[in-house]
Design a protein around this ligand. Structure first.
Ligand code: SF4
Ligand code: SF4
Length: 203
């Protein structure tokens, strides 16, 4: 019966004599482990130790409503409820004394549904709902998981790091007036022909 000799598959590097001993790989692994033993540990003994200090402003904890000058910023536009993928937000708008202003008479977030995606924060035109650094909260019933408006309101000063970070991430063109060429903003072929070259308008 012919003896089959196992060789390295084509294209695979052949081990040198030194590598075939395997001791270099074993010792280098042990040296790495030994080196890590004297370095600063990243492991946190949660929940005895808090991880809050290790979290940056980009961390997305539970969504909250921003309170500024004793009043919620929310104008009850409903965008956050509409964009929320798991339909975790329920809100009802009400009129204020100012006919141009509205406020959320009811604002609830079902934390059993929330997936901390941050889309509500992203679409909010008022920066009224933001992702707070709060990550350790518990509830013992389904009702307890419904965060009502009173539980969602958080003062602006407690959310400063996140608000500053959001500000730094904002598109620099956001909210700026700009001049644009009418010719760039006309889509109908017929209308394009009517534009004089160099014609400009202020938005
Ligand atoms: S973070 Fe995402 S899932 Fe949670 S309330 Fe906001 S949009 Fe909904
Ligand atoms: S998107 Fe902002 S302003 Fe609009 S309802 Fe939600 S929290 Fe309020």
């Amino acid at each position: 019966m012919p003896v089959r000799v196992r060789t390295a598959p084509p294209g695979e590097r052949k081990l040198s004599w030194w590598e075939k001993l395997h001791f270099p790989a074993i010792f280098s692994g042990m040296a790495y482990t030994l080196g890590r033993m004297f370095k600063k540990r990243f492991t946190v003994q949660y929940p005895e130790e808090s991880v809050a200090a290790a979290l940056g402003p980009e961390f997305r904890g539970r969504p909250v409503l921003v309170v500024e000058n004793g009043k919620e910023r929310c104008v009850a536009c409903g965008l956050c409820a509409r964009v929320c993928p798991p339909f975790a937000i329920h809100m009802q708008a009400a009129e204020t004394d100012d006919p141009k202003e509205r406020y959320p008479a009811v604002f609830e977030i079902n934390m059993l549904r929330c997936i901390y995606c941050g889309l509500c924060e992203e679409v909010c035109p008022e920066e009224a709902i933001v992702m707070s650094p709060e990550y350790d909260f518990v509830f013992r019933s389904r009702e307890g998981a419904i965060y009502t408006k009173e539980r969602l309101l958080v003062d602006k000063k407690d959310l400063e790091p996140r608000l500053k970070w959001l500000d730094s991430m904002r598109n620099p063109q956001f909210g700026k007036r700009f001049r644009f060429r009418v010719s760039n903003n006309i889509h109908a072929v017929k209308a394009r022909g009517m534009v004089v070259e160099g014609d400009e308008a202020v938005s």
